[in-house]
Write a protein that binds this ligand. Structure first.
Ligand code: FAD
Length: 462
């Protein structure tokens, strides 16, 4: 079956020489088909590399007419490795990376295969920025369209809030501009309706940032976490400017387990930022402070060096109304026994300001102010995977059981563990009241489920 599919695919590609092709026999196939989570050991049928929206359109028309299953692969950073699937054609979007800034410099049209680092670099050359993830290597579209948490969220909102318009290759293989209802679905349900070949997004003038990591004495990590959070709550109640976003994190450095804060001041008023840096550093026993004047591309590149290039395992998320003392106690106790693998990590994103404001033009569910716990049960070696995953499940379960009222009824799709087949109620765990709206959009725009192997896979909810 695979052989005949490959032969037919190669015949089709002869008419489209612009589409690059990596067959399983290519020496590049193993590296190109690798995704961040190596636990996904699927072998794609082959990989195609469209060079334009027209190429994507041709591939979708071909896949639909020949009944070939396919996945979309951009940064390969889906935490379950869903950019590839066994026997499915992988459509690698990474050649589509152009960025066109509008004449008024308030928006830019970015192609669907661009990664965070490339986008930040191209915008910075123009004196502009837009919200990004914390790490340089995830795809921009996969990040922005499923939510898009990051260091500029308090200032400018989430990734979904930046999307002005979208061009997709739809289920018929046509290149179309998303209408208002489809656009609403794309802002939160990402690529379930088609291949996103470009997005027009909001961009903002920015000349400098003050950013880096503040590391605290972590000999007693539980005590430091508790001290930091008690003081940070007090600071929040006094008022923290929206130019500041902090992300608490715990990770394993060569020196041992560390509690730290990623600090981002996204305003040209650097003196004010420095005062806030001192205040944040004083919230705990600070040991080291790398916060300095830098650029978004340099800051992203520096963060990239802190995260393993590939891992084994799975992650869990919780969205919480409050970091109550009981929650902090559970997290601290579990951080004290976090496995020592460099890929086992934990972090806390906070949604406030515009990122926590209702957006009726989006199906992204968690719009109230909250804290998102990112519990990364990964290991760099496959044999250590189980221990890290169990640690993540245990921490997740303890928080869940503590106080159901504090846990928001939806998870963060890109970072969560999506079980297949799904449990009852799983759709509302992803999208809350928007679940049925998304299914209706899917039936309208992709009635034959051409885009089946997507994140999430909607056929499990029909
Ligand atoms: C190390 C790491 C750090 C991360 N940091 C953050 C963070 O700070 N904030 C945050 O919110 N998230 C973060 N994430 C999650 C990440 O943003 C999401 O998993 C995102 O979806 C990854 O996009 P990708 O293109 O790399 O994924 P891929 O694995 O390539 O693609 C995943 C899926 O996205 C869809 N998709 C991707 N591109 C397209 C397209 N052009 N058209 C249609 N569908 C498409 C497809 O369904 C595809 O299967 C992080 C993940 C990792 C592994």
């Amino acid at each position: 079956m695979a052989d005949s599919q490959l032969t037919a695919l190669e015949t089709f590609l002869k008419d489209y020489p612009s589409i690059k092709y990596t067959p399983p026999s290519s020496p590049d196939y193993p590296s190109i088909s690798k995704v961040w989570n190596l636990a996904r050991q699927d072998n794609p049928l082959a990989i195609v590399h469209p060079q334009s929206a027209a190429d994507v359109s041709a591939v979708i028309r071909y896949a639909k007419s020949s009944g070939i299953k396919f996945t979309i692969r951009t940064g390969g950073h889906n935490l379950q490795g869903r950019a590839i699937a066994e026997g499915a054609l992988a459509i690698d979007m990474r050649a589509l990376t152009s960025v066109k800034v509008a004449a008024d410099r308030q928006s830019a049209t970015v192609q669907g295969g661009i990664l965070q680092q490339e986008l930040a670099t191209k915008l910075w050359q123009e004196g502009l920025a837009t919200p990004t993830a914390t790490i340089p290597s995830p795809g921009y579209v996969g990040w922005a369209t499923y939510g898009g948490y990051g260091p500029f969220s308090a200032r400018w909102g989430l990734g979904v809030d930046q999307i002005i318009s979208a061009t997709i290759v739809n289920a018929n293989g046509a290149i179309v501009e998303a209408d208002d209802s489809l656009l609403k679905g794309i802002r939160g349900a990402g690529g379930v309706f088609g291949v996103i070949v470009d997005l027009a997004i909001k961009v903002y003038p920015l000349e400098s940032i003050l950013a880096g990591v503040i590391v605290y004495d972590s000999q007693d990590i539980s005590k430091t976490l508790t001290q930091f959070n008690a003081a940070y709550q007090k600071l929040l109640s006094d008022g923290v400017p929206l130019q500041l976003t902090i992300q608490q994190m715990a990770f394993n450095a060569p020196q041992g387990r560390m509690f730290a804060v990623s600090f981002m001041w996204s305003s040209d008023d650097i003196e004010q930022g420095q005062r806030w840096c001192e205040k944040i550093a004083a919230l705990g026993p600070a040991l080291m402070n790398t916060v300095a004047l830098t650029t978004v591309p340099d800051w992203l590149a520096g963060n990239g060096a802190l995260v393993p290039l590939s891992v084994y395992g799975s992650s869990r998320t919780h969205n919480l109304h409050q970091m109550t003392p009981d929650v902090v106690e559970i997290i601290g106790r579990n951080l004290a026994k976090m496995p020592s693998d460099p890929a086992t990590m934990f972090s806390i994103h906070q949604l406030r300001g515009p990122s926590a404001a209702p957006n009726n033009e989006s199906v992204f569910a968690a719009r109230e102010p909250h804290f998102m716990l990112e519990i990364l049960g990964y290991a760099t070696a496959e044999e250590d995977r189980k221990g890290s995953e169990q640690w993540a499940v245990d921490l997740w379960s303890e928080v869940q059981q503590l106080d159901a009222g504090n846990v928001l009824p939806s998870a963060y799709i890109p970072l969560d563990f999506l079980e297949e087949p799904r449990q009852p109620g799983a759709l509302s765990r992803l999208f809350r009241s928007h679940g049925q709206e998304i299914l209706a959009l899917k039936k309208k725009y992709d009635p034959e489920n051409v885009f089946d192997l997507t994140v999430p896979r909607l056929k499990y909810y029909w």
